[in-house]
Design a protein. Sequence first.
Length: 105
Amino acid sequence: MSDVCNPDNCPVAARLDSMEKEFDRYRERSSETHRQMFDRIGALEQDSTALKTKLDGMDDKLDGITSTVNALASKPAKRWDSIVDKVILVVCTAIITFLLGKVGL
């Protein structure tokens, strides 16, 4: 091959130069593509962090709302229990009063 191809006049040199230029273009495009991908990944990481912060805040708010709802839900039950206690007391008092009246006291 050294007989046919010398550094000044090589039939393959033009094709080799063309391939080197094409390879350099691919490398540049690849570098740019990688840079864009890493930028996008960085943006996604930031978005993920912001979203996690928002979700943590929402969890805290939901815990507060849940405790408030539970407190409000228990109030009518306590009132109902109080009313039932008073009705039972009135009925028992009426029965005792009736029995004492029958006995003559």
